[in-house]
Design a protein around this ligand. Structure first.
Ligand code: GTP
Ligand code: MG
Ligand code: ZN
Length: 365
């Protein structure tokens, strides 16, 4: 192993891999050959503004033993800003049935938020050990009517995990959901080598303490990667009011069969609206619509850099929203502390002990 790597370094071999963690300006790259390299991003890439995200496929030049430099970032299939991740194919949304008690409005809020990414979405309901079979069936039926087919499981009792493993195989999956539902527990069970912080469900946690801090990809035993994302309890609905209905599968279905009289119908009290009315989550739709409208008004008043969405005025005063390309601000670090960080990193041979660069609360959007 050592010999072959040394040989590589002499040849400055070019290798392909996936970025699995980013800390400050250093990148941990899992090579397709299964070795892990700690890499820098050369000034050349910085100059052309090429950012490197977790999930990126990269071509790497190995320079020294277990070190390398990113030579090229391959084109991305998908890209998310929050959490910052490239090439994710699906979101696995996890909720608990109890502890914390499943709340259909909160669940819908997360579902809508996840749908708005346009990634594939799968719902998992954990902690089946805490409810009766009858109650589980009740939830199953209810959520089927919303247009989802959840996977029921218990991490602690190893129940229902086969279906879930099958679903994750060979893909990059973002795991998301509120605090305390068992996301980190699940990853630790699927990949025993990783050591994630598992929190206790407490009053504090329910109010939004975050036990998971940064985005990192973990390689699954059967292939593919899973990203743990921080738990948060109330994602903002920074979604355009006009598109909100399409993030409810049951409303989307109605709209695919027929159209409302007005093309910009918000499905509230407009005449000849096909969406309004007899579906269970319609009241949630109205609630989220109010929030989306309020959010849009708030953003419109903000100076450009502070808002998440950029407003442009088109001819005839028609306004549309477009996502900003770059919202994240990076704290500058001195050359000296950079070197110290690198040093610590090599000592630890792991990024887990390095303090988060920006300890920010992230959500998916
Ligand atoms: N009863 C029961 N408890 C579980 C199960 N899975 C996880 N837990 C517990 O739920 C609590 C929270 O688990 P975590 O894995 O830390 O939750 P998390 O979703 O990662 O939380 P954040 O990192 O805060 O977002 C822990 O005390 C786990 O032991 C389960 O299947 N049944
Ligand atoms: Mg966690
Ligand atoms: Zn309508």
């Amino acid at each position: 192993m050592e010999d072959s790597l040394k040989q590589h370094s002499h040849e400055k071999a070019e290798l392909l891999g996936t970025v699995i963690a980013v800390q400050a300006n250093f990148y941990q790259v899992r090579l397709d050959s299964q070795a892990t390299l700690l890499c820098t991003r050369p000034t050349r890439l910085k100059k052309i503004g090429q950012k490197v995200l977790v999930g990126d496929r990269v071509r790497v030049k190995s320079t020294e033993f277990e070190r390398g430099a990113i030579a090229e970032v391959l084109p991305r299939k998908t890209e998310l800003l929050r959490p910052p991740i490239a090439n994710a194919e699906q979101i696995f949304l996890v909720f608990a049935l109890e502890e914390p008690t499943l709340d259909p409005v909160q669940l819908s809020r997360f579902l809508v938020k996840a749908e708005s990414t346009n990634l594939n979405l799968c719902l998992g309901l954990n902690k089946i050990d805490l409810i009766t079979y009858k109650k589980r069936e009740w939830w199953g039926e209810k959520i089927n009517n919303w247009g989802y087919n959840p996977i029921f499981f218990s991490v602690i009792h190893h129940q229902g995990l086969e279906q879930l493993i099958e679903h994750l195989r060979g893909k990059i999956t973002i795991i998301a959901g509120p605090s305390g539902v068992g996301k980190s527990s699940l990853i630790s069970t699927l990949i025993p080598e990783v050591n994630l912080r598992i929190g206790e469900v407490s009053g504090k946690l329910l109010k939004g303490r975050h036990t998971t801090r940064h985005v990192e990809l973990y390689q699954l035993p059967d292939g593919g990667f899973i990203a743990d994302s921080p738990g948060f309890n109330q994602p903002d609905l920074d979604i355009s009011p006009e598109s909100l209905a399409t993030y409810f599968p049951e409303a989307k279905l109605k709209l695919s069969e027929n159209i409302c009289r007005f093309s910009d119908c918000l499905h509230r009290d407009e005449p000849e609206c096909l969406v309004r009315g007899n579906w269970e989550r319609y009241e949630y739709y109205l609630k989220f619509l109010d929030e989306a409208i309020a959010n849009e008004q708030k953003l419109a008043k903000m100076p450009d850099e502070e808002s998440n969405l950029k407003y442009k005025v088109k001819e005839a005063g028609k306004r549309y929203v477009e996502p900003k390309l770059e919202t994240k601000k990076y704290r500058r670090i001195s050359r000296r502390s950079k070197h110290q960080k690198l040093h610590t990193m090599y000592e630890n041979q792991s990024l887990n002990n390095i303090e988060d660069e920006d300890g920010l609360r992230e959500d998916f959007s």
